[in-house]
Design a protein around this ligand. Sequence first.
Ligand code: AKB
Length: 315
Amino acid sequence: MGKILVIGAGGQLGTELTKVLADRYGNEAIIATDFQEAVRPKFNYCSFYILNVLNKTELEAIIKTEGVSQIYHLAAILSAAGEKNPLQAWDLNMGGLLNVLEVSREYKIEKVFWPSSIAVFGPHSEKDQTPQNAFKDPNTIYGISKLAGEHWCEYYFNKYGVDVRSIRYPGLIGYKSMPGGGTTDYAVDIYHKALKGEKFSCFLNEHTYLPMMYMDDAINATLQLMDAPKEKITIRTSYNISGLSFSPAEIYQSIVKHYPNFEIKYQSDFRQAIADSWPNSIDDSAAKADWAWHPKFDLEAMTSAIITNLPKYFN
Ligand code: AKB
């Protein structure tokens, strides 16, 4: 096997996934890349390059020099940040994916992972247990780019045989790294405020349900999908996966059991409309049937794990 290239390794998912891949395949097998120099110290255990994924020449140079055979392309501008600069979000999210798909075709990359999102669904999609093939009318530029990206992935698989695999992640919640620019970010911030003994101001209303997932489950899902035999992958757009569904009031209740003086107030902003357009919960029967996906963490287990471990990473 050649090396594994992670693009956008310094982000919330990349920080954790890159380390898990290094533990699995060896530090020397991993090439971490990010556009920000500031994240370099996170990757003192493997090779690290500065890479803007929109620069195809630089991307090709890394693939050739390092002998890359798998790519995890994680770089993206998320939902809330994308609404502040829609054209930039489109350029990065689409242009980056198209560069990755093209180099994967040209250099015969064995396997590619690209994350999609629950943001592909929109106000007219079924809200509860949203099916894999529900009607989709995303109304954020992030969601529009993810939906278009899913079809590009399927196209590259059908037309060129590029083995690109994808998951529609819900909001990801972990204690090792911070999210940035998402609508589900509140569910990470809330733990940090509880730990610091500060009152939490939530940018969503208390009863806003959203699909979420503990980071360990998200990483397991990703590895399971990438390990699955090719013939088991029946969906070449992107798989629905489901972990948890909760509202701000419910996550607050799970945290206040550990920090009885913790307080919350609700002050919704423009992110409320984004959250309201997304599903409450997701049907993931195709992922379960095709590659035996099963989440392990419920809300209470996730809260205990985060509260135990967060002080080791942030204080
Ligand atoms: C976001 O909130 O934009 C992301 C996502 C659900 O894809 N976390």
